[in-house]
Structure formats: C-alpha cells, structure tokens
Design a protein around this ligand. Structure first.
Ligand SMILES: Cc1ncc(COP(=O)(O)O)c(C=O)c1O
Length: 369
C-alpha cells in the first residue's frame, strides 16, 4: 500500500544525521528543556526572520492553548476559527477556556473566509484563529484588516504549513503570535509529540516560557498559574535536523503536486490551487470530486492509501454538534466534506508511485464514468 504520508521515509532520508543527534542527547544526560531546545528555538525563529522568538512546547494543541492564555484570554472570550480543521484547533481553544465560534471557508483556498469572519464578529469576540489548512496560506492580509477594524488578536494555526509563504513572507509572521504542531506526520515533524510558538515580542516569549513550566520565574517560584508543556531534548534535536531540510522537502512536495495537477487537469476534479504568488507547503494533497467514496474504495483496492482529511468537519463530531455558535451556517464547509479526498503526499514519494497514482485515477474516470 502506498501510504498517504510516511514519517518513516523521512527518518530514513535523514537517518545518519538523526541517529547522531539522538546519540548526542542520550550521552548528554539532559533530556527535557536544555541546549537542544534552546538551539531549536533560535533556529526556528531565525528561519522566520530576525524579529522573531520561538518557544518549544509539548504539542500543537498546547501551543494553541498557550497562545490564547498568554494573551490573557479565557472564559467568555470568543475565538473565530474554521470548522474545517483538525479537531485539535478547537480542542486547544477550549483548553484555554475560550469559546470557539465557527466561520465558513473560502472554496478556493479551503481556508477561513474573511467575509464569514466579519459576519461572526460579536461583542465577545476577542481573537481570530485562521488555519493554513493542508499547507495553503489563508488570506492573511484581509484577515489582518478585519482584526484591526474590530480590535481582535490574530493567532495563526500553522500546524500544517511550516515554510508556506505569501508574496515571499512566511506564514506565522503575519500575526503577532502563531502556533505549530511538530507531530511526526507534519512537514516539520519529530518522532513524538512536539509543538512551537512563534511571536514578535520577547516579553510574550518569556511569558510562554513561564507558562509552559508551572508559571515559574528563574527562581522556580510560580508567579502565574501555569502548565506542564515542555519540549524534550530528543524531539528538539531531531527537529533541528529536519528544519535544515524543510525548504527542500517542501519543494519536493510541490513538485509532486504539480505532476498530480498536470495529470488530473482534464478530469472532472477540483484541484488544489497553486497560486504563483504563494508557496503552498503541500502538507496534504486534497482533491474534490463527485462519487468520492467510490473513487476512494477503488484506489484502496489498487494499494493506494487514499484518505479523508477529515471524515467530518469539527461541528459534525458528537463532542461539538449543536453547541458551537456559527455551526448553523457552514454550507461551503459541508459541501467540501462530501467531495474531499486525500492522495499520497510526502517528499520521499518517488516517480513510479506518483505515475501509478495518476494513471489509476485516470483509469477510474475512463472506466467507471
Ligand atoms: C491544523 C492543526 N492544528 C493543531 C494541531 C495540533 O497538533 P498536535 O497533534 O501536535 O497537538 C494539528 C495536528 O494534528 C493540526 O493539524
């Protein structure tokens, strides 16, 4: 079976560097929040530019919660976000004690629609959390304009878009604060859980560093109620290796996406938009078509790991059904979920499987339609 993603291929591709990094950590005898975390934070921040600070945390969901807690948001504060995202985005918002409000998506980017954000702004709205879904940058300039008009904080969820750009500017640097997951399947993924927060303000970074460890100051006195959300040294050391290859890996993903798009261009499929002014991080390659379930079953019978991201939108899950404001008006999101289909995408996916996937999809349309 060709999987839709393959973290083990990423390990094999950078094995000697990763093995050496792991050995160094094991030999060092220091395993949580140490030199590797410090170095990863510095390198991740400078990957985004001179003016940034980064803080490593335990996972992406915590990163989202800590961003909101760092802003001083909590009970009663509403955060507008798409329902078309990983459940984790919404779990992080609720973990911070905030109230998620769902906005619809734009059919071209599949990211949050700026118009829908504006329709949802109310007296309790405090923040907007766009998600760069599948690696596609959200419409940040419009989102920032709306946020400014209504005095809202913006926190970018960049968990699927490490290294994506709009007009040469990396996502995560549009808002003042951004959250990333470094789960193994991500474009920048470790071999366990991990997350990182990027911000412009040194003071905000210091506050997050305190919050991630019981609200401690340097004397280990808890000055604010905090959490345990530490990044471990092994993950940081592995992420440092992976960060060096991120831009190159993203290029490989985009090259595969271009081949898919070319191979599918005559078919009745909606393809991911690859705008010339943007760098799509191509975390997932997701098409839209009629009879999606039939195509998915056929591809699986041909050993192609077609999948769904996601099987349902967040507002359709039992845990969130009928209780999140905005859920009643998500028609673009709901239509998308009838037609979405994820095809294999990872940097190490080689030419033969890519050609096999393209011809298998073409065959299905030729034979079954
Ligand atoms: C869009 C998005 N936000 C947040 C997260 C949360 O990340 P984690 O699984 O590291 O908690 C993920 C990862 O699953 C994600 O895809």
């Amino acid at each position: 079976m060709i999987p839709f993603g393959d973290p083990s291929a990423s390990y094999q591709a950078h094995k000697s560097e990763i093995d050496q990094a792991i050995k160094q950590v094991l030999d060092s005898g220091w395993y949580v929040l140490g030199r590797e975390v410090d170095a990863f934070e510095e390198e991740f921040a400078s990957f985004h530019g001179m003016d940034f600070h980064a803080v490593g945390v335990a996972n992406g969901t915590d990163a989202i919660a800590l961003c909101l807690r760092g802003l001083g948001l909590g009970t009663g504060d509403e955060v507008i976000t798409p329902s078309h995202t990983a459940v984790a985005t919404v779990a992080g918002i609720e973990q911070a004690g905030c109230t998620p409000v769902f906005a619809d998506i734009d059919p071209n980017t599949r990211c949050i629609s700026p118009k829908s954000i504006e329709e949802r702004v109310g007296t309790n709205t405090r923040a907007v959390m766009p998600v760069h879904i599948y690696g596609q940058p959200a419409k940040m300039p419009s989102i920032l304009q709306i946020a400014q008009a209504y005095n809202l904080a913006v926190v970018e969820d960049c968990s699927q878009a490490h290294g994506a750009e709009i007009d040469g500017q990396k996502v995560g640097t549009f808002a003042d604060i951004s959250a990333y997951s470094c789960y193994p399947t991500k474009n920048l993924g470790g071999t366990g859980d991990g997350g990182v927060i990027l911000c412009r303000s040194k003071n905000f970074a210091e506050k997050i560093k305190s919050l991630r460890q019981y609200g401690w100051n340097e004397e280990r006195e808890s000055i604010i109620p905090g959490f345990n959300s530490r990044l471990d040294e092994l993950q940081a050391a592995i992420l440092r290796v992976k960060l060096q290859h991120l831009a190159d890996d993203n290029d490989k993903r985009r090259a595969i996406a271009l081949r898919y798009n070319e191979g599918f261009k005559e078919l009745p499929i909606t393809l991911p938009a690859l705008a010339e002014t943007e760098l799509h991080a191509m975390h997932l390659y997701v098409i839209e078509c009629d009879r999606r379930n039939e195509l998915m079953e056929y591809l699986r019978s041909q050993q192609i790991g077609a999948s769904l991201h996601y099987p349902m939108a967040v507002h359709q899950h039992t845990a969130y059904k009928n209780r999140i404001h905005g859920s009643e008006n998500l028609s673009v999101t709901e239509q998308f979920y009838e037609r979405n289909l994820t095809l294999p995408m990872y940097p190490e996916l080689s030419d033969d499987p890519v050609e096999h996937i393209i011809s298998t999809v073409q065959n299905w349309f030729r034979e079954k339609n």
